[in-house]
Structures are given as structure tokens and as C-alpha cells.
Design a protein around this ligand. Structure first.
Ligand code: AMP
Length: 189
């Protein structure tokens, strides 16, 4: 089963993806985590991506599509993947459809996790204290939120037209959101 967790920065996509990985044997594929790993390893790709990420803007389609291509069909992802932070453009969404099709898979659902802006700011400030991410500051966060508004308006209609979109209230506690997500996934399988 392949699913997308879609939502603004701080919506809880990563937290929920990790819980669902264990429960359903799926593999979380987070392009943000992959990019941060490249930065930590000091690769050329990481160096290129860092300034774009720190500004809260989007890195190129080519880079993120390449990273998903390299991981989508690994042994760990055979039971399916949880796409977290990908796709963020229609071109990425089309590329994902093609990549899944070439391994005889298709998306089961795209779950939008909705959280109000004020709550997101609070969560990001807390995460900055815990994780120390260089893009978890107020200025970059504003850009990331603006980017989210713009790319969600591009990507969500693509999935709504395919009847794959479902909405979840992500403002509740972690356990309540997990219960909601599991209901959706259990109904599908
Ligand atoms: P995230 O951890 O998903 O919030 O991503 C952190 C940053 O990585 C984003 O603000 C973007 O700069 C970059 N990024 C992650 N995923 C993508 C993507 N699918 N397309 C473009 N940029 C991305």
C-alpha cells in the first residue's frame, strides 16, 4: 500500500509516518530527511540544497525525483511507502505516478493533515529547541508556509481529481490523529 501524508511544516507528517511504518510494514520516504542526510554527509547535492532549504524554498524537481527513484523499490519499500514531503509540485506528482506504475503499484490515498497556522508556529518553535533544524526559524517558516499554500494549491487538485484525497484534523493529539489515520488505512485494505 502506497500513501502520501500531505500537510504544512509542523503538521506531524514525520511523527505519524514513523508510527505507521511499524504498524503496517511500510517505508517512510521523506525527501526532507534525505536532503538533510546529504547536507550532513557534506555531498555536492547537500551543499547545493542547503541554501535553498534554509530560505524555505523548494529544491529542484530533478533532485527530489531522483532521490525517490533511488528508494521507491528497495526491499524495505516492497510492502509500500509513506511519502512524506513529496510530491510538492505537479511534475513530482506525475513522476511519482510513473515510478509507481513501473513497479506495478499505485497510490491508495493522499491524506491531507490540516493544522491552523498559529498551532504550526508553536510546534515549529518547540521543534527548533529539540532538533535544531536550521530552517525551523520564524523567517524561514513564513516562507515554508507560503510555499506550502502555493504548492498545495497545485498538488491537491491533482489528487482530488483522481478521488484519492482525504482530510484529517491534524491539530489533535498524536494518538487521536494516529487512530484516525489507521481507520482510513484499515478501510482501504
Ligand atoms: P521537509 O522536511 O519536508 O519540511 O523539507 C525541508 C525542505 O526540504 C523544504 O523546505 C524544501 O526546501 C526541501 N524539500 C523537501 N522535499 C521537497 C520536495 N518534494 N520538493 C522540493 N523541495 C523539497
Amino acid at each position: 500500500m502506497d500513501i502520501i501524508l500531505f500537510g504544512p511544516p509542523g503538521a506531524g507528517k514525520g511523527t505519524q509516518a514513523k508510527i505507521l511504518e511499524d504498524k503496517y510494514g511500510l517505508k517512510q520516504l521523506s525527501t526532507g530527511d534525505m536532503l538533510r542526510a546529504q547536507i550532513a554527509a557534506g555531498t555536492d547535492l547537500g551543499l547545493k540544497a542547503k541554501s535553498v532549504m534554509d530560505a524555505g524554498e523548494l529544491v529542484s524537481d530533478e533532485i527530489v525525483i531522483g532521490m525517490i527513484k533511488a528508494t521507491i523499490n528497495t526491499a524495505e519499500a516492497q510492502k509500500g511507502a509513506i511519502f512524506d514531503g513529496f510530491p510538492r509540485t505537479e511534475a513530482q506528482a506525475i513522476a511519482l505516478d510513473n515510478m509507481l506504475e513501473s513497479c506495478d503499484r499505485s497510490l491508495a490515498v493522499v491524506i491531507e493533515m490540516q493544522v491552523a497556522d498559529e498551532e504550526l508556529v508553536e510546534r515549529i518553535v518547540k521543534r527548533a529547541e529539540i532538533e535544531g533544524r536550521s530552517d525551523d526559524n520564524v523567517e524561514a517558516f513564513k516562507n515554508r508556509l507560503a510555499a506550502y499554500r502555493s504548492y498545495s494549491a497545485e498538488v491537491l487538485p491533482y489528487y482530488k481529481a483522481k478521488n484519492l484525497h482525504q482530510l484529517v484534523d491534524g491539530a489533535r493529539g498524536i494518538d487521536d490523529v494516529t487512530i484516525n489515520l489507521c481507520q482510513i488505512l484499515d478501510d482501504l485494505s
